[in-house]
Ligand binder design. Structure first.
Ligand code: ACO
Length: 444
């Protein structure tokens, strides 16, 4: 009769241990019983960059990287992107179900109520240098929000947590737009009550002299779809930062700022900005082969390609590629698109990329759309952070409700020197008599 356990034999002692298996995982703490002598600390698992470590149980997002599947709360991303808007998706991520009509209307009202930011936020943003990166402005200003809402410290109170979640999701686009306006030397534009979530953001970013900004419905919907696609992606680098920092029970503004910091990196949400720079650097289709040679020689990375989890075409990249046709029909095509298509064509038939299962990820085509919509490339990671805020907060809330979660604190294998005496102690004859090796601690 097969048993749902793993038998591990320690060849140092010949002892066998039976470890329970649940959901195809073993609990790392069960390894601790494996030791040569009673005084030993016990076995641990070593996993730099968490390539095979599960940090939580989550019911929010499923990514099947081999099959190229992404689902929020069980619903395929393709269906969600086709039929719904971003506020519905944020609700779904946070509360587990799509909103009923009355819940949807109440949710939108709540978000609208919280869209405004304190006037001092403007002064805060004014303090940044004229060419400050908008992601840096967003990150610091979100962190600063914690000083505006001292009640946010009360992270053990579910009602207080919900209030901060509502505030954050509503205010992030306003702060992002302010950062953009500051960068462009334009006056700040207040949010408007009767615009959609994505429409509001577009209006706050784009309004000039007109009394009322006239939204293009195709671009408004395209941005909304991009927001849906970026809303969550299970335990990625920034979500891990959100959970890890949040596990100290700090307020969610501080955790969100940490998540934004993680997203800013060129290997994560900063990749879309890097893709555009790469395409600009390649400049013409004729240079693509030469660039691919450099990638294969390990001199540069093909930005927007590859993923820790997807070993197949990223389903978000497929939707974005299709969306680009609709956007370019309004804005005119982006001349960099031809270079991107050529890069993809060559890469997908080259053994270097095929054997490593490197496919376009979400960032490969999104920048082209953002650029066609008039955004400068430094805004691309900001456009990622706006919708990801709902995913981060859904994960943060789930963590707070999970009785198994504690402050995140990995272990290490200590590789430094054994205990030793400082030169002054030796010269004064006051060195320790303890044997250094007896005190050696390998795991702390
Ligand atoms: N270009 C060229 N080679 C690559 C690339 C790439 N974009 N990505 C991975 N590889 C190669 C590596 O050199 C390595 O080759 P090797 O086995 O010969 O050493 C192999 O593929 C495995 O790569 P790792 O770096 O081990 O894969 P990892 O899972 O750690 O990295 C990552 C994933 C960071 C996304 C990587 O693919 C990458 O740097 N991509 C470019 C940046 C990017 O597009 N990031 C956005 C990811 S999506 C997101 O965060 C929203």
């Amino acid at each position: 009769m097969p048993r749902n356990t793993l038998t591990v034999t320690d060849n140092r002692t010949g002892k066998s241990y039976e470890i329970p298996i649940t959901n195809d995982t073993i609990r790392a703490i069960d390894l601790r019983q494996i030791k040569v002598s009673e005084e030993e600390f016990g076995m641990m698992s070593y996993d730099p960059a968490f390539t095979n470590t599960v940090s939580c149980r989550s019911a929010i997002t499923l990514v099947d990287g081999e099959k190229g599947i992404l689902r929020y709360r069980g619903y395929p991303i393709e269906q969600l992107a086709e039929h719904y808007d971003y506020p519905r998706i944020a609700f779904l991520l946070l509360f587990g179900e799509l909103p009923s009509p009355s819940q949807y209307s109440e949710w939108n009202q709540t978000l609208r109520r919280h869209m405004m930011v304190h006037e001092n936020i403007k002064k805060f943003i004014d303090g940044f240098h004229y060419d400050a990166h908008p992601m840096g402005m967003l990150m610091s200003t979100i962190a600063a929000l914690s000083t505006f809402y001292p009640d946010a410290k009360n992270t053990q109170d579910p009602e207080r947590r919900l209030l901060q979640i509502q505030r954050l999701i509503a205010k992030v686009p306003t702060i992002a737009a302010y950062a953009y306006r500051h960068r462009s030397g334009l006056p700040y534009v207040y949010p408007e009550e009767d615009l959609s979530y994505s429409g509001n953001f577009l209006a706050m970013v784009s309004k000039r002299h007109e009394q009322r900004y006239r939204l293009n419905p195709v671009l408004e919907r395209a941005l909304d779809i991009l927001f849906i696609l970026h809303a969550d992606h299970e335990q990625n680098c920034s979500t891990n930062a959100m959970r890890s920092v949040g596990s100290s029970q700090v307020d969610p503004y501080s955790s969100t700022a940490a998540a934004i910091a993680a997203l800013y990196g060129p290997l994560h949400g900063g990749a879309n900005e890097m893709v555009l720079r790469m395409l600009q650097q390649i400049a013409t289709k004729d240079h693509v082969t030469e660039y691919i040679k450099k990638v294969k020689a390990g001199e540069v990375r093909l930005m927007g390609f590859g993923h820790r989890v997807y070993k197949n075409y990223d389903p978000r990249a497929k939707i974005i590629k299709r969306l680009s046709d609709e956007v370019f029909a309004v804005t005119g095509t982006n001349p960099l698109l031809d270079i991107a298509l050529e890069l993809e064509r060559i890469a997908l038939q080259d053994d270097y990329f095929v054997s490593r299962k490197l496919y376009p990820n979400v960032d490969f085509y999104s920048g082209l759309i953002y650029q066609a919509m008039g955004f400068t490339s430094d805004m691309f990671p900001v456009l990622f952070a706006i919708p990801r805020t709902s995913g981060w907060l859904a994960q943060w809330e789930e963590m707070h409700r999970d009785p198994e979660q504690k402050i995140a604190r990995p272990r290490q294998i200590y590789m430094g020197p054994d205990r030793r005496d400082v030169p002054d102690a030796i010269s004064s004859g006051k060195q320790s008599t303890a044997s250094p090796t007896a005190e050696k601690v390998q795991r702390t």
